[in-house]
Design a protein around this ligand. Structure first.
Ligand code: PLP
Length: 337
């Protein structure tokens, strides 16, 4: 099965890095609890991100950090302000913490999507207590929020504003420079995507001291296991290797976009991440999804994506995988013509 459904990095670490991981794992004190401050991991993340280690919190995947943020800032008297469709875990943990949802949606006309800036600004102005989650690039739509607009929002409110940059390395665009002047900004990132560590679960966030202290109080002391913390330190040293992967993934994304756009049966949305959202014209998305599965290609399918209805998302794979996906799609299009 070619797996293009979860926005993972299609590249495994090269042999020399795997050997380093194996050496590290052999010497590990599995019987001992990890360092609960995971100082070395935070230092590695500080070196990579350019933000001080004492203002970084790591989580068991960034999913865990989303939960901590909603535990800290959500609840029955609070509101989650976000724009649908976006990453589902924001709503999921908002519901778990009884946080009210803002119900703001993108505007969609054919293949043109616009972000409802004015509605978001209004919702923020009307909100006394809550948290704002903006995903940039947004999963699943793929576009980014401009730094200028984020700065305007951060200046206009004291509510915490999370900019989820899970796919930052594929866009090169970050709000990190705004951290120094805005105590209410939280940059959420992960090693799952760019560093191919989805199976090891390490996410992190960059924020001011007060927010970090608040989250530190909520975090389970041993939330990052010894192996994952050490593996992250090793993989973060191999930035050159991963940068080359990001370039290949970005080329793959542009290639896939051109291929999909060239097919009249497909509507595809431009993306700055490692995936593309698409719909079909005259064909059923569900049938295309099922037919792709029978041909050994798994993409993400939604029966009811907010605003879109049926929709599909393909992650960028290695070029042979991208080619196989397009060939399979062409066979399906031919079959129904
Ligand atoms: C936008 C976004 N944020 C956060 C995550 C969670 O990533 P992880 O828990 O693997 O760090 C994902 C995963 O798909 C995502 O798409």
């Amino acid at each position: 099965m070619i797996k293009l459904d979860a926005n993972e990095n299609p590249y495994r670490p090269p042999a020399d890095l795997c050997a380093k991981l194996a050496d590290f794992s052999r010497g590990l004190a599995y019987n001992r609890y990890p360092d609960k401050t995971y100082r070395k991991l935070r230092e590695s993340l500080a070196l990579y991100s350019g933000w001080p280690a004492e203002k970084i919190i790591a989580g068991n995947g960034s999913d865990e950090l989303i939960l901590l943020l909603l535990l800290a800032y959500g609840g029955p008297d609070s509101k989650l302000i976000t724009v649908e469709p976006t990453f589902t875990m924001y709503n999921h943990y908002a519901q778990a913490t009884k946080t009210a949802l803002s119900n703001i949606f993108y505007n969609k006309q054919g293949a043109r999507l616009t972000f409802p800036k004015a509605e978001v600004e209004q919702a923020i102005e009307n909100c006394q207590q809550g948290i704002i989650f903006l995903c940039s690039p947004n999963n699943p739509t793929g576009e980014i929020r401009s730094r200028q607009w984020l700065e305007d929002i951060l200046t206009a409110t004291e509510l915490p504003v999370v900019v989820d940059e899970a796919y930052y390395e594929f866009s090169g665009n970050t709000a990190k420079e705004l951290l120094a002047d805005h105590d209410n900004l939280i940059i959420l990132r992960t090693l799952s995507k760019a560093f191919g560590m989805a199976g090891l679960r390490v996410g992190y966030l960059l924020a001011g001291r007060d927010i970090c202290n608040m989250l530190e109080d909520l975090r389970s002391p041993y939330n990052i296991n010894r192996f994952s913390a050490g593996a992250a330190e090793i993989l973060l040293q191999a930035q050159k290797h991963y940068q080359a992967c990001w370039e290949k993934i970005k080329e793959g994304r542009e290639w896939l976009y051109r291929e999909l756009e060239a097919r009249e049966e497909i509507i595809v949305f431009p993306s700055q991440a490692n995936y593309l959202l698409w719909q079909t014209d005259k064909l059923s998305e569900e049938k295309v999804y099922q037919s792709l599965l029978t041909k050994g290609v798994k993409v993400r399918y939604w029966e009811e994506l907010p605003l879109f209805g049926q929709a599909l998302r393909v992650s960028v794979g290695q070029q042979e995988e991208n080619q196989k996906f397009i060939n399979s799609l062409d066979e399906i299009i031919k079959e129904v013509r």
